[in-house]
Design a protein around this ligand. Sequence first.
Ligand code: ATP
Ligand code: MG
Length: 364
Amino acid sequence: MSTTLPLETPVEAPQLLGNSESMVALRALLRRVAATDSTVLVQGESGTGKELVARLLHAWSSRAARPFVAVNCGAIPGELMESELFGHERGAFTGAQAARKGRFELAGRGTLFLDEVAEMSPPLQVKLLRVLQERCFERVGGSETLPAAARIVAATHRDLEQLIDLGRFREDLYYRLHVVPIRIPALRERGEDILLLAEHALRELEASGLGHVRLGDGVQQALLAYHWPGNVRELHNLMERLVILHGGGTVQLRDLPQKMQGAQALPPVQPLETGAEEGGDAANDGLQDLMQLVSEPDEPVLPAQGIDLRAYLERIERSLIEQALAASHHVIAHAAARLGLRRTTLVEKIRKYNLREHAEAAGE
Ligand SMILES: Nc1ncnc2c1ncn2[C@@H]1O[C@H](COP(=O)(O)OP(=O)(O)OP(=O)(O)O)[C@@H](O)[C@H]1O
Ligand SMILES: [Mg+2]
């Protein structure tokens, strides 16, 4: 055995930006947790920075010079996942022509990031549980017991407790992973970070040579009012798009996606088409409340030529339902609660607007 360990060049710690109270507290928590070997479960909506947090835990730990190995448990087919995690010996299965190290072995005494851990198949959940309990494993088809010395950071955007109730995630594994739970708040819950992150993204884009844009009147308010279901990733993508489309100029409210303008003011009204059908099922649950919500602070103005009220209201309703589904990870019961609707009413509306692919099938 060699006396000096092969060390990787330490990676520069990524920046977890944010001045909101919750982000300041999160950075302090990460500093403390980074100094330990405890297993960490990072939870947060899509795009909130779960991987960033995992990398930061590694970069701030004494393992920083060792490997950081990430594995996306949702991206690799179930039958390949065991060998992906634990490696295999030559001839362990058809096609295993050479022995191969798995991610546990590659991570060594570094950090192993189990991303999308909720997607792991039930048999593999059992195997992972055993490794976390015994801190050792064997390659597929192998008999030698190898140490599992990596620090484990798992992440998911799903509600694991709900998956446990549904019988899709093992409770014992949950408790093994949940030693130090870290929840990253959604961007909409820390409004003051929205503009800071937007400005930072714009500065980075400028530094990378893509150009600069200014945010014109009303744009900042629209960004603050929007609900950001895709969180920081969505914000970054929007800033990049704005720089590409409006580099050197000023972004106006009308340049933002329609759904962001809707958070501040109602979508532009469509003139009434002659012969447009009237009435129908306009008496929608809670629609009056929704109207009030989205029409503030701007009062909608009825154009002189009139509008197709039903189509107009449906656009608002559809948009809010899509937003509620996205913000609830497509769990219908949760989306219904956000909208103040009965679940069955929401299911009807999802059918009406043909949004089925957005709703979790199991929720039906
Ligand atoms: N607080 C933050 N400061 C700076 N950048 C951030 C912050 N949070 C997230 N980001 C950036 O946003 C993007 C998304 O972050 P990341 O990939 O870590 O999210 P995630 O929670 O893992 O998303 P998903 O659930 O989709 O996998 C990355 O480019 C990341 O660097
Ligand atoms: Mg991720």
